[in-house]
Design a protein around this ligand. Structure first.
Ligand code: ZN
Length: 204
């Protein structure tokens, strides 16, 4: 029972986009509070059921392939997917390339001298300078203090021996940080998990 309650349940937002994974225990609590509904695919098409409907549905769809949480006079099937009723949060597909986000990614630390500065004392440095074809993209901009920025000028890293401490790249998506799924436990999930999307967004 305990193990069953800790199984993963896929969580969809109101646009039916996969946003996270919670435990069966958490899913039941959201269902009971009316904050989520079950998305069931076992009849061949997707249907949503609230707690009461899911309880009733559970009575008539026994099936050895399904798992139940039982008590003396109560039996309810373990959901595989729920859809949130309350939250409209969308998965953030892109972290915007802004000064603040670059500073935050680089922890307000100059990527050349390694010293942490106040925002006002930091600049954005183009690793490959703009006048040498460098673009303003996540993988070509770093946080730099003003002296380092001036020293580097429009040199290429190898010309002046100044290399960013961390290779710049696009930051990971915060929305997905707490999802750790190494495999897909239920076929019913697959519809919602474009595999490429899933892999690309989660990996570094
Ligand atoms: Zn510096």
């Amino acid at each position: 029972m305990e193990a069953l309650l800790n199984r993963p349940v896929l969580v969809l937002n109101r646009l039916w986009q996969a946003v996270s994974v919670c435990t069966v225990r958490r899913a039941f609590s959201l269902l009971y509070l009316g904050q989520a509904q079950v998305v069931d695919a076992s009849t061949g098409e997707f249907q949503t059921l609230d707690f009461g409907a899911w309880h009733d549905f559970s009575q008539f769809h026994e099936g050895a392939e399904h798992e139940f949480v039982r008590s003396v006079n109560f039996r309810i099937r373990v959901p595989q997917i729920i859809v949130l009723m309350m939250f409209d949060r969308l998965p953030k597909k892109d972290v915007k390339l802004t000064r603040n986000n670059i500073f935050e990614r680089d922890h307000h630390t100059c990527q050349y001298c390694g010293v942490r500065f106040d925002r006002k004392d930091l600049n954005i440095d183009h690793v490959v300078p703009r006048d040498k074809g460098g673009k303003t993209t996540w993988d070509n901009v770093v946080c730099s203090c003003i002296p380092c920025n001036t020293r580097k000028g429009n040199h290429l890293t190898h010309e002046i021996g100044m290399k960013p401490l961390t290779k710049p790249k696009k930051p990971k998506l915060r929305t997905f940080l707490n999802i750790h799924v190494s495999n897909v436990p239920h076929d019913s999930w697959k519809h919602f998990l474009d595999v490429a999307y899933w892999n690309v967004e989660l990996s570094d």
